[in-house]
Structures are given as C-alpha cells and as structure tokens.
Ligand binder design. Structure first.
Ligand code: PHE
Ligand code: ZN
Length: 890
C-alpha cells in the first residue's frame, strides 16, 4: 500500500545487474503463526559490470525485499549489525568488501495472513508460493529480477501430520523426521533459474502418478497433487500432460529435462497457472475436470493450460526473459505454442475462430483504451498489470505472423536456433527475432514494429476489375490510430492471406503482374507500405476476394462486401475460418441495422437473408457440427460494443435479443429436429470428451437456447428433460443457463436450488452456478448479484469467486452493469476498493470495464469517471490499482 505515487520504470533504463547469485540455498521452517526463511546466497560481482572497479571499489549490493522481518544477517560468516546495512520498505543495502562472498540471512514472514496470494501464502490448509513476477522478494532478500539466474537447493520443515507432502523445484534429494512431530525434505534444482520460477508446496495432498518415456528413452515420473476430495478429477489433466510432452518433442524437438514433473492444484490463485521449474502450480479451475462437474469448455481449457505451462519449460524456463518488458518473449510464444497444440488435438478451424473472436472483442478493446501498450511495453508502474491480452494474445499473433511469413519449416529452423543459442540465458524479444532472421537469412527489421508500436492497425481494401485486360487489382491502405504516448505510427508488415473466387465459388489461380506463371491458388501477400496495390492477371471474370484468411494479421479489415456476397462466401470459401467470418460480418451488418432501427424508435425488422443463411446451415448434414454451432452464434454484445463508435447499451441488447427470438421462431422446426437428434445421441452414448461429441453437444445446446426463445412449453419440457436426465456438466449447465435467461420463473428457481443443493461442496461447480446467474441479462441483474454476494459459498478472498460473480457481471452482463443510473459502476467500485486492501492484483483486474468509459454516452462517461475518481480518493491505493485508475483518468 502506498500514499505517494509509484515510480515509473522504463525499458530504456535497463542495466545488467551489479551482482550475480550462483547458488541459492533455502531452508523454510513452516509454522501456523509465522514462518522462517534462511537463505544462503553465493554472490559474485557481475564481470560484465566490473570494468572500472579497482579504483572506485565495489558498488553497494541492493537486495529486494518486502514485508520481511530481518532476524539475522552475515557476510562470509561475519555477523552484520545494524550499522552494517540500510533497510527501507523494499530494499536491503550493504557494502561488499570482496567480489565474491556468501550472504546468510534469516527472515520471519506471515504466509498465514497473506491475502494478496503473492510470495508464500496459504490456500486453505496448504502452503504454496507464487513468485512471478516480483513475489520472491516477499520470501527473502534477493536480486529479484529474471536476469539473475541461480541453482536452488530447498529444504522445507513442517509438522508431519498437517503437511505430509513437502515439494519444491527439481529432484528430491533427502527427507527425514525431526523431533516434535515435524519432518523435512530437501529438493535440488540443477538448472539455473530466476527467482520467479521458484516454488514450494506443503500440504495434505494426494497424487495421481504416471510416467512418460522421452524421445531419448528417459523415464520421467509425472505426479499431479490435489486435495483428497479431488482425486477423481485428475485424469484429464494427466492425459493432457502426456499429449503435451509428446507434441513438444514432435513439433519442436523439445525433450523434458528433469526426472520428475509435478503439478499441484490450489483453490486460491490469482491467475490460471504458473510454470515453476518442475513444479507447476495451478488454479484448481485449470486442472480439475470430470464429466459430471466440468463442461466441455472447461475440459478444453484444462488441456490448453496444462500444455501452456508445460511448454514454458523451454519457452520461458530454459530460455527466460532478460527483464519484464520482454514478458511476451515467453508468453506470446507460449500462447502460440499452446494454440497450435489445441488446434492439433481438436478442430483447427474452431480453435482459430474462438481465439480470434476473443482477441477482437477483448484485446482490440484494450488497444483502443487508456491502457494500450506495445507487445513489448516501454514503461510500467506495476508489472502485474502487464499480464495483458496484448502481451499474451497479441504477442501470440505476432509470433504467428512470423510463422506465416517463414512457413512451418523456416519457423522451426528459427526456434531450433533460438533454443540452441540461448539455452540457459535470459534474453530479449530482439534475440528471438534475430534467431528467426539468422536461421532463414531474412530481415525482419520493419516487422519488429509489431513489438514496439501499440494500437490495432486498420486495413482498407479497394478492388477494381478490368474486364478487357482481365486484370484484378486490390489496393490496401493501412493506418493505425494514436495510442497513449504514440501519436504517429510507421507502416507494419502485414501478412495478408487471400484467395479469389469465381462465380461458382472455385478458387482462381493467382498470378501477379510480372510473375511468369500462376503460383497456385491462395497465397500470402506481405504488405509493407501505407498504401500498396497488387494486380492479378489472367482473371477471366470479376472475382470475389477472400481476404485475411485464417485472420493472418491482427488488424481491422474493411472491404465493402454486400450481404449477398457474404452469403456466397459463407457457403463457398475454401477457408473455413473465412466462411465463419463472412457469417459474422453478415450478422454484424444485420444487427447494426436493427440497432439503428431501435435508436430511431422504428419497429425492428430482421433481414430475412440471415434467417435463410442459418436455415441452409441447419439443413446441410455434411457440415462439421462444430462449425455450424460457431456459425449460428451471433456476435456477442461485447464485440458489438467494441466495433461501435459510441456503444448504445440498450440498443445493442435489444437488437441481439430480437434477432435471437426471431431466429428461434422462424427456424423452430429445423432447430428442434437438430436438437432432438443430438440429444438422443447424447443419451445413447453417454458423455464422451472427444471432438465429434463436443461438437454435437455444442450444436445441441445452441439449438436449445434458440428454441427456448420461443417461450413454448415444448421447449421448456426439452430443457428440463436435459437438465434432469443428463450425465454431464456440459448439458446440465447449458440447460440451467437457458432456464435462468427464460421467463419460466418457477422452473428456474427450482433448478437453481436443486443444482446448488447437489453441488454445494464443489467450489468449482458453485463458481459456474454464480456465473450463470451473474451473466443473466434480464432486468434486476444488479440486485440478483448483490443477493448472491451474501450466499455462504461466496467470499471476496477467493479470486475464482470474485471472477465468477463480480467479473461475470461486469464483463458479460453489459445491459445490467451499464444501467443508466450508474448503480452497476458504484457496485464495482465498492468492491475494487475492498479488494485493493485484500488482493491488489485481483482489484486491479476487476477494474477493466471501468477503463472503457470512452465507449459510452456522455452521461455514462460521467458516472464511470466519477467512480474512478472515488477509487482514487478512497485512501491508500496499491500500485496495481493506482496505475490503472490514474491512466484511465489521464
Ligand atoms: N506465467 C503464468 C503463465 O503461464 C502466468 C502467471 C503470471 C501466473 C503471474 C501467476 C502470476 O502465463
Ligand atoms: Zn504463460
């Protein structure tokens, strides 16, 4: 907590550390009312910084440390007294007398009262750690920066009975009993690592064990630790882990390096999961899954997060970041890796659709708001605020573009060189790009603007066809709006994947003016100029372009398609992603027309072409059901908000609801037929967590939600049958969600009550129960959420609960959150203020919806800003909350 303004830290000020730590020996004594940490650090002067040392003497050693009570300190066995060092609230400064020495310290800390969930803390009865980014300094005095890499030996002592399992990074070395009912264990991690990858766990845990044989025939022990009641929910994560290990060998040639790999599930966790070396710590929501309690989406999330953290072993741990400005070096790359893994394990097109929809709705909004920053930021106040959609998701798009430009083989050459060249080092985004350049003999200088320039580029496309000359030209104009600190932008390199369709929907061979022969159908153009024209020759008829296939660059593309052209692309484009995209654009056009009608007070009339397009989709049995489900899903209110100049909350909600009702009524029969067929299959096969079955259930549940729009008793009956008689959470939760959003008050109340009664002891299921209600757009949403905050299963201390209720309300229930009197904003601000004192990271993340105030009408803008001001004036703010609030008001 702080009263003065936090300092801004700049990338341009980076300097290598004055000292290095070669060895770190830690001993933890864990007790119920405090813990002791003994650290023995083998330190030496960094030779890189030692050039002019002799005359001037050695520089002071400045160690990071926060909320530590220093009990003893010794340098090379000389006990240091108060005159020998300086302490402030975040540093310990002392004067070394030789360029190599050992420092011994003992501190007292209080994990039992650590509600920020950073450093060493307790989740329920277990001890665990979270050190990224700067949490290790809450454990002991240290050089807590990623370019200081050390080997770690860790001994943990604790009461045997309460904490039978004692874990840390690396390999188990020894263990034993102590008197007084205590025991100890020592772990050693031979790989040098920064402190942010340190981890420790102590608890009463059970584990599921397995083994993995690596490509070089080494056997690795795999263990997933959970609280005993969750032992039946671990198999899916274990399967996912083994698939990830194999995939990283096959696709990247990366082998696991320790003899043991462990995952621990904890209930109280700020993020999704953490890649600590050999000991990943997971939010239980990202590990635990079984059919009865976790949806298909939750199963897929577990698979993706397990893979993500496992992949970090190479992209993050073996090769790590020099400083936190380089965060995307590991995160962008690893998100790209996990996305490709998921694409290989499931449907590639559907995965891409989901990721692009997410990026365009959320990252584009970030890029358009006060927190816009480059993939490699230039400055920050609080690094925890930069675990953003830009660093992660846009960073992954940047890596994907390199992959697109170099091709799969060239990209692999680049990653091979990167891992070989930098193994054991802490490096920069420039080093990553350099490896790509050197391995492929290419230059990516201009491309690197994607790392330094913030904002979402606009790409306007114009066409012209010359029937006489049989040439077709596309003119591309790129621009990028100003973002905080960046008025002007230079042109980006935009890989533009495209194809041209003839009147029958066939792909035309592509030959650019000047080329000898056609280079096949479909290709990637590299746009590099603010304005650029490409002319294709031998084009016998006016073609229809399919642009930005697979979303080949994170830009806002505009091309003046007519609705009929979009319907044509929906049916004929050979690129599955662009078939979906055409449908989305058609829906957007139709919904925007409804929004305009609503604003003018006119009756709403839905363009029947949308209904017809959906009818065609439903009628085509040959289509992939997952694709049909994606295509039947209308763009979300959040996306419609993002693409609006000024978002009209009520009009957007009314338009989308009207479209849903109209479609549900017009297509009632084909929807019912699909629903019945798919539900019958669900009953027949029981739950199977495979792609084809997931697709079938997704379509079944979309159909059900449209059917319920009709308000027919027959639909209610189907919904209740599914709710009552299914064997899995995917069907049960979908049925519950549509009931909650319906007007069947009695059935809704009964279902909610029975669900809660049955699952009251399963916190992850109760999170879903909270979320479904928090997201309900019917009037009275805020009051319902306020009532739910009093539910015994709710607590502000658990981040998953905060996200499930407050987060779901503010992010997924736009019409209620943005109610005109500002009560939704007041509610959010009240809880941000309360959370600021408990858990600054969670407080700051919940603020996001208020940072978007520029999107709304002036009255809402005033109300939102007033709440931001109130937070600012509320007392001592954490650097986390201060940074977001002050930048939002700037
Ligand atoms: N590094 C984690 C990841 O895999 C995220 C994380 C950041 C977790 C900070 C906890 C704290 O993306
Ligand atoms: Zn990560």
């Amino acid at each position: 907590m702080r009263t003065e303004q936090p300092k801004v830290i700049y990338l341009k000020d980076y300097q290598a550390p004055e000292y290095l730590i070669d060895e770190t020996n830690l001993t933890f004594e864990l007790y119920e009312d405090h813990s002791l940490v003994h650290a023995q650090l083998v330190i030496r002067r960094n030779p890189e910084r030692a050039a002019g040392d002799s005359g001037a003497g050695l520089p002071p050693l400045v160690l990071d440390g926060q909320q530590l009570e220093l009990l003893s300190l010794a340098m090379d066995d000389r006990v240091l007294g108060e005159g020998d060092y300086q302490l402030d609230d975040s540093h310990l400064t002392l004067q070394p007398v030789s360029s190599q020495f050992t420092l011994d310290s003992t501190v007292r800390i209080h994990p039992e009262s650590n509600t920020a969930l950073e450093g060493l803390y307790k989740s329920g009865t277990m001890f665990c750690t979270q050190c990224e980014a700067e949490g290790f300094r809450k454990i002991t005095y240290y050089l807590d920066r990623p370019d200081v890499m050390s080997t770690f030996t860790t001994t943990i002592t604790a009461e045997q009975h309460r904490y039978p399992v004692l874990l840390s990074n690396g390999n188990p070395m020894a263990s034993g009993a102590e008197e007084g009912g205590r025991h100890w264990a020592t772990w050693q991690d031979p790989f040098k690592k920064p402190a942010y990858l340190f981890a420790l766990v102590a608890g009463d845990l059970w584990c599921v064990e397995d083994t993995f044989t690596t490509m070089n025939q080494r056997e690795v022990a795999l263990r997933i630790y959970v609280e005993p009641e969750n032992i039946d929910k671990v198999q899916h994560a274990m399967d996912s882990l083994k698939k990830s290990m194999r995939w990283d060998e096959e696709v990247y040639g990366r082998e696991y390096d320790l003899d043991i790999f462990m995952i621990v599930a904890v209930n109280d966790f700020n993020m999704g999961a953490m890649e600590n070396k050999g000991l990943n710590i997971f939010n239980s929501s990202c590990v635990l899954a079984k059919a009865e309690t976790a949806t298909d989406a939750a199963h897929q999330r577990v698979e993706a997060v397990v893979a993500h953290e496992y992949f970090h072993n190479w992209s993050g741990n073996r090769v790590t970041c020099r400083d936190w400005f380089q965060l995307s070096l590991k995160e962008g790359f690893t998100v790209f890796r996990d996305a490709e893994f998921s694409a290989d394990m499931n449907s590639r097109t559907v995965k891409r659709i989901e990721d692009v929809a997410f990026l365009r709705t959320n990252q584009f909004a970030e890029d358009a708001g006060p927190m816009a920053h480059p993939v490699r930021p230039d400055s920050f106040m609080e690094i925890s605020n930069f675990y953003t959609l830009t660093v992660y998701e846009k960073g992954a798009e940047v890596v994907r573009m390199i992959h697109t430009l170099l091709g799969a083989e060239g990209f692999r050459k680049g990653t091979d060189l990167y891992f070989e060249r930098h193994d054991g080092q802490a490096v920069t985004c420039d080093d990553f790009v350099k490896a790509m350049e050197d391995a492929n003999g290419v230059e990516l200088t201009q491309f690197k603007r994607w790392y330094s320039q913030s904002g979402t580029p606009r790409l306007q496309v114009e066409e012209s066809y010359d029937a006489q000359a049989k040439t077709y030209s596309l003119t591309f104009r790129q621009s990028c709006p100003a973002t905080p600190g960046q008025k002007e932008k230079a042109p980006f390199v935009i890989p533009l994947a495209l194809g041209l369709l003839d009147g029958k929907g066939n792909e035309l061979p592509l030959r650019l003016q000047g080329e000898g022969a056609a280079q096949g159908v479909g290709r990637v153009l590299a746009l590099t100029e603010a304005e650029q024209c490409f002319t294709f020759v031998d084009i016998p008829e006016r073609p229809l372009p399919s642009l930005l296939r697979g979303f080949s660059a994170p830009v806002k593309l505009s091309f003046p398609y007519s609705r009929d052209q979009l319907m044509f692309l929906m049916q004929h484009d050979s690129d599955g992603f662009n078939r979906w995209e055409a449908g989305q654009q058609l829906s957007v056009q139709v919904l925007q027309e409804l929004i305009a009608q609503h604003q003018k007070g006119e009756p709403l009339v839905l363009d029947s072409r949308l209904v017809k397009a959906f009818d065609t989709l439903l009628g085509d049995e040959s289509l992939d059901q997952a694709m049909v489900a994606e295509m039947l899903s209308l763009p979300s209110e959040a996306y419609l908000t993002e693409i609006s100049e000024v978002a009209d909350v009520e009009a957007i909600h009314a338009a989308r609801e009207f479209a849903r009702v109209t479609i549900g009524e017009a297509l009632y029969q084909p929807l019912l037929a699909r629903y019945r067929a798919n539900r019958a299959l669900s009953r027949e096969t029981g739950y199977i967590a495979e792609a084809a079955h997931i697709a079938r259930r997704t379509l079944q549940n979309i159909a059900l939600s449209y059917l319920m729009q009709s308000g027919k008793a027959e639909a209610l009956e189907a919904c209740l049958e599914q709710f009552n008689d299914c064997d899995n959470m995917t069907e049960r939760l979908s049925a519950l969600a549509v009931l909650v959003n319906s007007a069947f008050e009695q059935a809704k109340a009964d279902a909610l009550q029975r669900f809660a009664e049955y699952f009251k002891d399963d916190p992850l299921v109760m999170d879903q129960w909270f979320s479904v209600q928090a997201g309900c757009g019917l009037p009275g949403g805020l009051e319902r959420v306020q009532e739910l905050m009093k539910h015994p299963a709710f607590t502000l201390k658990n981040p998953n609960k905060v996200r499930a209720l407050i987060g779901a309300f503010a992010n997924q229930n736009l019409v209620n959150f943005h109610r005109a009197d500002g009560a939704g904003y007041r509610f959010l601000a009240d809880h941000v203020i309360a959370l600021n004192a408990l858990n600054p990271q969670i407080a700051s993340r919940q603020l996001t919806p208020l940072t978007r105030w520029r999107k709304y009408d002036t009255s809402r803008q005033q109300l939102m800003k007033a709440e931001l001001e109130r937070i600012l004036a509320s007392g001592e703010l954490s650097s986390d909350v201060y940074e977001i609030v002050s930048k939002s008001l700037a």
